[in-house]
Design a protein around this ligand. Structure first.
Ligand SMILES: Cc1ncc(COP(=O)(O)O)c(C=O)c1O
Length: 476
């Protein structure tokens, strides 16, 4: 391993030790490897039971937008717990959820008329699919039942959410559970990966819109309920934006065939990129029919997700059956709503748009400066707001064990920050990324530390790959 250029002890960080820890086998996690047990959080730092500390540069899973320990949010959660406990939404509403819904709708610039609160992102996507289906049913159309998603996308782990998404690794071993009559997929929309030589971004967007049009016609427009996509693709490609003119062109196709537009902003929404919704920044004025949000909505203080429904959808329900035929035990849980309202008020009233735009500039500039000249290993640096990815490459990278993304993640952790390493962000299984989604409360100095360490981890893995002779770095 190449020498460590970042002096982690000076930064007050220490690497988590291999845990001789209190971790039991009783809690089932994604990995069977024992990982350190966190015992304390504060600001942007996580402390483990061996005393080591890391910066959570990933904000958990792009969740902790205000970092840890915000006393206003904590107090709001405690107060609501004292004031009004669990109320079953099948019987009554509750004042905290009423306040949160009013606040969100008031700040949605007329795009939405209703909001439905559920527990997490996957539930939220399931609810969007059902609401899209119910919209057509309310209109007397019972044939529209199919959903078109996009390749290299992730919408959650429940079966329908997994089905409308498409990612070879995430689907294993569940691919056979997907009902291929109900779900189909068009190409991912990422110019860096899939634009053809000589093709402009606009031409590429036209090609993608033509493909969607052809897919709807193949299935029969009378059977297609909705097109579902991530305006900014989260972990499946890594902070990936669509080509210019994409929104306008796919919206025209959806309108032509009476197909609803559903945006999954679970990871990129609720101020992650500086605005309440990412489509407000990159959506070319297009208004979706339904938007799924979660993560930064509750900021990690409470589990909550929200379906935003446009006036068109709400009118169809109100003028139709009047009943939204979907609910969960924890729908509209007041304590979660109170926490989310506190988070959202801080983001709205605290001038976070400007702050996030400034941090966005800093992240882009720092990563590009620190990784300049490494084009033999750094395939792309991309991002918006507080969601960024460094894509790395090496010849034969698919066969690397561990994969490059995992190596950067591990190295970054050794240097004191949590980043997310992902493998297979290109359809052919190539492509590795390291992602950060840092909290919006980061100071300039903290952000500098995060970006410098991430860049150092990338450089160290590049050196390691060269030294191992697995491939000749630079031959790509
Ligand atoms: C874009 C996107 N959609 C849906 C989900 C699923 O959310 P959850 O894990 O809360 O079910 C995620 C989770 O990472 C996501 O990134």
């Amino acid at each position: 391993m190449a020498p460590i250029a970042v002096d982690t002890p000076k930064l007050g960080l220490a690497r988590p030790l291999k845990p001789e820890s209190s971790r039991t086998k009783a809690v089932m996690y994604r990995t069977v490897d024992p990982s350190p047990v966190a015992v304390k959080t504060d600001n942007i730092y996580v402390t483990f039971e061996d005393g080591s500390v890391v910066i959570d540069a990933m904000g958990g899973a792009a969740v902790s937008i205000l970092g840890f320990g915000n006393q206003t949010v904590i107090q709001a959660v405690k107060d609501e717990m004292d004031r009004c406990g669990y109320i079953y939404a099948g019987f009554y509403s509750n004042s905290a959820s009423e306040r949160l819904a009013s606040f969100l709708i008031d700040h949605s610039e007329g795009d939405f008329a209703g909001v439905n609160f559920v527990g997490g992102g996957s539930e939220c996507i399931e609810s969007c699919l059902k609401l899209a289906k119910q919209y057509w049913w309310e209109k007397g159309n019972t044939t529209k039942r199919r959903f078109i998603g996009r390749k290299m996308s992730y919408h959650g782990n429940t079966i329908a959410a997994l089905s409308v998404g498409w990612h070879p690794i995430k689907r294993l071993p569940f691919a056979s559970l997907v009902n291929e009559d109900m779900f189909s997929w068009v190409s991912a929309a990422h110019y860096v990966h899939d634009g053809q030589p000589g093709e402009s971004e606009a031409d590429y967007a036209t090609r993608l819109a033509d493909e969607l049009d052809a897919e709807i016609r193949r299935l029969g427009p009378e059977t297609v309920a909705a097109f579902v996509f991530e305006p900014m693709v989260a972990t499946s490609i890594g902070a990936a934006l669509p080509p210019k003119t994409y929104f306008t062109k796919i919206k025209a196709v959806c309108d032509k065939h009476d197909v609803l537009l559903v945006c999954d902003e679970i990871m990129c929404g609720m101020w992650r990129t500086g605005k309440m919704f990412t489509y407000w920044r990159i959506g070319e004025g297009v208004k979706p029919d339904l938007v799924a949000t979660a993560k930064a909505l509750g900021g990690g203080y409470v589990p909550i997700a929200a379906v935003f429904a446009s006036p068109k959808i709400m009118d169809a329900i109100h003028n139709g059956s009047g009943i939204w035929n979907n609910g969960f035990t924890y729908t509209s849980f007041g304590v979660s709503s109170a926490g989310a309202l506190a988070v959202q008020k801080i983001l709205v009233e605290g001038n976070y748009t400007d702050k996030i735009y400034a941090l966005e500039k800093q992240i882009g500039a720092t990563l590009r400066r620190e990784l300049a000249g490494l084009d033999d290993f750094v395939a792309d640096i991309r991002g918006l707001g507080l969601m960024w990815a460094v894509e790395v490459k090496a010849p034969g990278q698919k066969d690397f064990k561990p994969r490059l993304g995992a190596r950067v993640q591990q190295r970054a952790l050794e240097l004191g920050i949590t980043v997310l390493g992902m493998a297979g962000v290109r359809e052919d299984g190539d492509g590795d990324i390291a992602m950060i989604c840092p909290p919006a409360i980061c100071t300039e100095e903290q952000m500098d530390t995060i970006c410098t360490i991430l860049a150092q981890a990338v450089k160290d893995v590049r050196a390691e790959v060269g030294a191992e002779g697995l491939a000749e770095v630079g031959a790509a």
